[in-house]
Design a protein around this ligand. Structure first.
Ligand code: GAL
Length: 368
């Protein structure tokens, strides 16, 4: 009996050992992805930084019970207590090593920006060659999403820990580059004018670093109706005081930005909370616009709801100019901890416009 038990245990260990590294090396879109320890990868609404030969994937930690706060009942904004920001590292984009929690939430002080009751979403990290700091920006918010602020944290190393700098509404006291007198005229429902003094609302966001090292924050503003494209200061720690409005009244969120052949592209989503909707795409010759809206870049079965997912980042693949991975979250609104990932290559049609087609798996070979 004892012998049998030890044989069974031995067999289970063997199977477990084989399953761990094996499952970590095949990323099946929409399945549960595991890290090199065989644990589910917990990095939602995230983005990737490539630094000195290593990819670092930062994302929201979704853990604990999913609940629907009373204050969010009207729009179905379920949530979990904020878990902070995780980081995973990889050299091949498939085997991801858990680097730990690089920006923890705060379970002790309910008045802290990073309090677990608050919102910490869509973290993005960029490297500032001048200051040699890794700078993280994210969507910081109150439990009912009405604070609509940007949070900033900074680290000397890519895998943290990040020191929290603070949060604010961007561009307080600054007029957009492209605002007309009518845009600025105070009036009912004019959120841009309302927030000119105190700073603009900022929810879903991404960061983009241009070839010359200038960085920009794209954030859904004016209660998600209009996107702002905001240049960052040289140290990347605050807005530089130069921003433009784009997609006015188009309600685009979940922005992901990339550059190809000197042109800027954006992929985003509509505003339907965790529920999927048709993706948006757009192109511009200058980062501040004008941006020309294109059609839904997704093609094939499920394209009308972005393959049941929502954009979060576009990754330029290192050493393969013109090769991009579009990263999406497949949210599970009633169990946010079980939200999944969908990564798809971006191809370009005869007119050079981005196309995202379904593939079952994500591997580097799929990108060729
Ligand atoms: C989505 C947004 C997510 C998250 C969610 C909350 O619209 O893209 O990042 O904020 O709403 O319900």
């Amino acid at each position: 009996m004892k012998l049998l038990l030890s044989r069974v245990l031995w067999l289970l260990t063997l199977v477990g050992f084989a399953a761990g590294p094996l499952s970590a090396r095949v990323l099946v879109n929409g399945e549960r992805w595991t890290d090199t320890d065989g644990q589910p990868i917990n990095a939602h609404g995230g983005g990737i930084l490539f630094h000195e030969g290593v990819y670092y994937w930062y994302g929201e930690i979704k853990q604990g019970q999913t609940y629907l706060p009373k204050v969010n009942k009207a729009w179905g904004g379920t949530r979990v207590l904020a878990g902070g920001v995780s980081c995973y590292s990889s050299t091949d984009l498939v085997a991801w090593k858990n680097e730990g929690v690089v920006l923890p939430s705060n379970a002790r002080d309910p008045d802290h920006d990073l309090a677990v009751e608050n919102v910490i979403e869509r973290p993005k990290v960029i490297y500032n060659a001048r200051t040699r700091k890794f700078v993280m920006w994210f969507h910081q918010d109150s439990p009912n999403y009405q604070a609509a602020r940007s949070g900033v944290a900074v680290s000397d190393t890519p895998n943290g820990k990040f020191q929290y700098v603070g949060s604010f509404r961007p561009n307080a006291g600054v007029q957009p580059l492209n605002a007309t007198a009518a845009d600025l005229a105070p009036g009912k429902g004019n959120l841009l004018a309302r927030d000119l003094e105190g700073g603009q609302m900022a929810r879903d966001m991404t960061l983009f670093v241009d070839d010359d090292g200038t960085a920009y924050q794209f954030y859904s503003s004016e209660n998600n109706q209009t996107m702002h494209i905001s240049q960052l200061s040289e140290d990347y720690l605050r807005p530089a005081g130069k921003y433009a409005r784009a997609f006015v009244g188009r309600s685009i969120e979940a922005p992901a930005v990339f550059k190809r052949g000197g042109r800027y592209y954006l992929i985003g989503s509509g505003c339907t909370g965790w529920d999927p909707n048709p993706a948006h795409s757009a192109v511009a010759d200058s980062i501040f616009g004008p941006w020309q809206e294109l059609s839904n870049p997704c093609q094939g079965t499920g394209a009308e709801i972005t393959f049941s997912s929502q954009s979060t980042f576009v990754l330029p693949v290192a050493g393969k100019p013109g090769t991009f991975v579009a990263m999406f979250d497949r949210w599970n609104k009633w169990d946010l901890t079980d939200s999944r990932y969908v990564w798809l290559p971006i191809t370009f049609d005869a007119k050079g416009l981005p196309v995202v087609s379904w593939r079952d798996r994500f591997t580097l070979t799929e990108l060729r």
